[in-house]
Design a protein around this ligand. Structure first.
Ligand code: NDP
Length: 405
């Protein structure tokens, strides 16, 4: 199968490296992005380090016809979208037009309004079914591996899940006073929205960063963790209806939160365009993105680990049980292997794995699917062999910080 990867940022770099390492599956790999020079630089590096040829191309993925043409001309049967969430719908349409399977790592967002919902992508289910094509949504880490861990808990460890807590800790240090680990616009939008979690069949909203607990992340340490909404909660509560409560927590240092609050207080996180000179408009968020460190530049400076896992609580053979399934990724190891730190690595590796499982037919089922709809075992096996080993730990069913918030 031939693979087209769209997007040459941190995630695109790792996905291309890892696809190159799996070139027994991907016979031809094409990396395309808005800025071709970024694709060429990655391709050159991969040729030097792995001896694998990567084709490159320029594309504006918002142009559906041009993208469909590129899919046909590159002979790609599988398209991995690791550009930005704004391009999801256009790339899905291009796949439908050209007859290619589709994989992404983040749900669609309109540039003017962050909604973090799957609705518009799920609406394409019938079209993908009619064309006999698979669209695999959210094949990064969170969403992505967290969905696979949850499916493993639901299908193999428990009879059914009652409570789900997803825990995301970046214990890495890049030495800058303030920087985001991936696309600043997407990252800041995600954490400045109101917090939201699922409880007893409905969404409960809370003020941003108002629910906090301290969690001991095995192998990494104790960190303050804040409740926020994350997109996988939508598909997981739909696909596992036994879940009574589903929450997502992410760690932030005090230093990070001080900077973020100051930026918010002066209006720098707004996505509303403002006029800065005659006829010249820019949103404060777009401007902020230009002045913050490029996430791709954090790689060589970042030390420490990421730790992301899920806690699933429920019953097995009538007995209450709780399991913690997690991965730890070292920033410097990720950088040595692919030239990118863990946030890109932990997304790019599962993006390649999703593409590989679709390409080999293991995860092929016409329609628009979230990762947890497939058997988790092939994905878990690939995680171990592609650089993201995972662990399972049994935990007490009561008295933990997640039981007190
Ligand atoms: P970057 O901003 O570093 O890279 C995005 C790339 O997409 C850039 O190369 C950019 O090109 C390209 N691009 C943007 N617009 C277009 C367009 N119209 N046509 C073609 N290419 C375009 O982002 P990341 O690599 O950090 O993230 C990539 C994706 O991964 C995002 O969707 C992000 O939300 C997702 N993600 C998912 C995670 C998960 O765990 N599920 C975690 C982290 C990220 P240019 O260089 O010209 O700007």
């Amino acid at each position: 199968m031939n693979l087209l990867i769209i997007g040459a940022g941190g995630v695109g770099r790792v996905a291309t490296y890892k696809s190159g390492m799996n070139n027994h599956i991907f016979k031809k790999i094409t990396l395309a992005s808005r800025t071709k020079s970024k694709c060429d630089a990655i391709a050159r590096e991969i040729k030097e380090r792995l001896g694998v040829e990567i084709e490159t191309a320029q594309i504006d993925a918002m142009d559906i016809d041009a993208t469909a043409r590129l899919i046909r001309e590159s002979g790609s049967q599988v398209v991995l979208n690791v550009a930005l969430p704004y391009q999801d719908l256009a790339i899905m349409d291009a796949c439908l037009e050209a007859g290619a399977h589709y994989i992404d790592t983040a749900n669609y967002e309109h540039p003017d309004e962050a909604k973090f919902e799957y609705k518009l992508q799920w609406a394409k289910d019938e079209e993908f079914k009619k064309r006999g094509l698979t669209a695999l949504l959210g094949s990064g880490f969170d969403p992505g591996v967290t969905n696979v861990f949850t499916a493993y808990g639901a299908k193999y460890l428990l009879d059914e899940i009652e409570y789900l807590d997803i825990l995301d800790c970046n214990a890495g240090d890049h030495g800058y006073p303030f920087a985001t680990n991936f696309n600043p616009e997407i990252n800041i939008r995600e954490i400045t929205q109101r917090g939201k979690y699922w409880e007893n069949g409905k969404w409960v909203e809370v003020e941003p960063m108002s629910v906090k607990m301290e969690w001991d992340y095995p192998g990494v340490g104790k960190f303050p963790s804040y409740l926020l909404y994350h997109e996988e909660l939508e598909s997981l509560t739909k696909n596992f209806p036994s879940i009574k409560r589903a929450r997502f927590f992410m760690t932030f240092s005090d230093k990070y939160l001080w900077h973020l609050r100051a930026l918010q207080n002066v209006g720098m996180t707004s996505i509303e365009p403002i006029e800065i000179c005659d006829g010249c408009q820019i949103s404060p968020m777009e401007f902020l993105k230009k002045v913050l460190p490029d996430p791709a530049s954090l790689g060589p400076r970042t030390k420490g680990e990421t730790h992301i896992g899920v806690v699933v609580t429920g019953y097995k053979n009538g007995e209450k049980k709780r399991y913690y399934i997690y991965n730890i990724c070292n920033h410097q190891c990720a950088f040595r292997e692919t030239g990118a730190q863990c946030v890109s690595y932990t997304t790019g590796v599962p993006a390649m794995i999703g593409s590989k499982l679709v390409a080999t037919g293991v995860y092929q089922e016409p329609g628009v699917k979230n990762l947890e709809e497939f058997d988790p075992m092939p994905f878990l096996y690939q995680l171990n062999s592609q650089g993201l080993p995972w662990f399972v730990q049994e935990l007490p069913t009561d008295g933990l910080p997640i039981d007190r918030v």
